[in-house]
Design a protein around this ligand. Structure first.
Ligand code: PLP
Length: 436
């Protein structure tokens, strides 16, 4: 314990008496990596300051939303202005329409959108909509993909297609999982088998196209092509969970990247969150009019929310989207992110540490493995103890990455070349320690 960490320790002790595990979302508690979470006092640009006033270069970015960096002046101005006009009305506002128009203009697969307050709510509602629109119950999800914490999504694969998955949380009755099929990511044969067995019962297939919840693993183009083909052939909806990738990997989301490779490609429904709220609670789902009009009050699929389309959150999201639409924004962000990833690879290679890394837009992942994994089982081969040494080595040097090896990382437009260089230099020192 260094004297520097004392205030974080005191706050964490106080927190544990008040809040289960001391945190309001489990990963924040540092359980996977050990040690004391840093309590954040403030943030600016690429940096966070903890309770002791220690500064960190931030690669978590609130788990994705902070693509412009923290406390961006144009975003803060929009939020302040909106707040002065009232915090919540529970009635429609013009700003919701502006945000809807902005998003629909950038994602051509969507003709209509519904705004909600969290990615969990958006994914859960998209699946309900898919079920309501198709009149079917079953759906496919993939091992290692996270779509929020709705009951039917908290499930890991059984021992094969014939056995049901098991809940990853207490409090989820097995009956709730009976319609969830959990498949291996990037496994075309298993996907074909699942459709052969259950095609006519499937409401949808939900997927993170570039998975950010098993570090960073891309769905291969042939796999995605097959997902699209099989969904179309069997009348199931292809649901893209772009809560993480939307407006993060490219202005048109991951779907725009697959559309470059697969002519005419588009998902049926898209789930969004994180960047579209710019750091405020805001998420959404959308798709073609014919599907979306199944939602209440137009249709019979119920969905609602007291704070949905909140005026301050929509102002924050709008201001954020307007910044990232600037010409050259994504090219610069992607170049900076690539510089980080290449720097880490170079530093690891110089110290003989096996590391491979990948990035797309402002999202990156790295593994202490000789080659990039293609599915969750391969991700699990990572050495957790080594990752934890890396994590703490970086933290001690003022660099904050996600406190779990299953999380992707995020670079913002506020990260400077100097921030990246400092990060690579810090990582180089830690790799030297790891190689001993
Ligand atoms: N979907 C994906 C791909 C996510 O990464 C997350 C959260 O990390 C969610 C859904 C759930 O979003 P939220 O935490 O806003 O409920």
């Amino acid at each position: 314990m260094t004297p520097n960490t004392d205030l974080n320790i005191a706050l964490f002790e106080r927190a544990q008496a008040l809040i289960p595990g001391g945190v309001n979302s489990p990963v924040r508690a540092f359980r996977a990596v050990g040690g004391t979470p840093r309590f954040i006092r403030r943030a600016q640009g690429a940096w966070l300051w903890d309770a002791n006033g220690q500064r960190f270069i931030d690669y978590i970015g609130s788990w994705g939303p902070m693509i412009l960096g923290h406390a961006h002046p144009a975003v803060l101005e929009a939020v302040h202005q909106a707040a002065r006009d009232g915090l919540s009305f529970g009635a429609p506002t013009e700003r919701e329409l502006e945000l809807a128009e902005e998003i629909l203009g950038l994602l051509p697969s969507m003709e209509m959108i519904r705004l909600v307050s969290s990615g969990t709510e958006a994914a859960m509602s998209a699946i309900r909509l898919a079920r309501g629109a198709t009149g079917r119950s079953k759906f496919i999800k993939f091992e290692g993909c996270y779509h929020g914490h709705a009951d039917a999504l908290l499930v890991r694969a059984g021992s094969g297609l014939a056995t049901l998955g098991t809940a990853t949380s207490a409090g989820v009755p097995p009956e709730v999982l009976q319609h969830t099929l959990v498949l291996e990511y990037n496994a075309i044969e298993q996907l074909e088998q699942a459709f052969a067995l259950h095609g006519s019962e499937l409401a949808c297939l939900v997927i993170e196209p570039i998975a950010g919840n098993m570090n960073l693993v891309r769905a291969s183009v042939p796999f995605m092509r097959r997902c699209r083909e099989l969904c179309t052939q069997h009348g199931a909806l292809l649901v893209f969970d772009e809560v993480m990738t939307g407006f993060r990997v490219a202005l048109g989301g991951a779907q725009s990247l697959y559309a470059r490779e697969i002519p005419g490609f588009k998902p049926d429904l898209t789930v969004l969150g994180k960047v579209i709220g710019g750091g405020m609670p805001l998420a959404a789902f959308g798709g073609p009019r014919a599907i979306m009009e199944n939602l209440a009050p137009s249709g019979a699929v119920y969905q609602a929310g007291t704070l949905s389309g909140n005026p301050v959150a929509t102002a924050c999201g709008l201001a954020t989207l307007r910044q990232i639409k600037e010409p050259g924004f994504f090219a610069a962000l992607a170049a900076r992110t690539r510089a980080l990833v290449e720097g880490l690879e170079g530093a690891a290679a110089a110290e003989g540490v096996a590391l491979c890394a990948d990035s797309e837009g402002g999202m990156f992942g790295f593994f202490l493995l000789p080659e990039l994994p293609r599915n969750y089982a391969q991700v699990l081969r990572s050495d957790g103890a080594r990752f934890n040494r890396l994590f703490h080595g970086l933290l001690a040097r003022g660099v904050c990455i996600a406190p779990a090896l299953y999380e992707a990382g995020f670079v913002s437009a506020a990260h400077s070349a100097d921030d990246i260089a400092q990060t690579v230099a810090a990582a180089h020192e830690v790799f030297r320690e790891l190689s001993r």
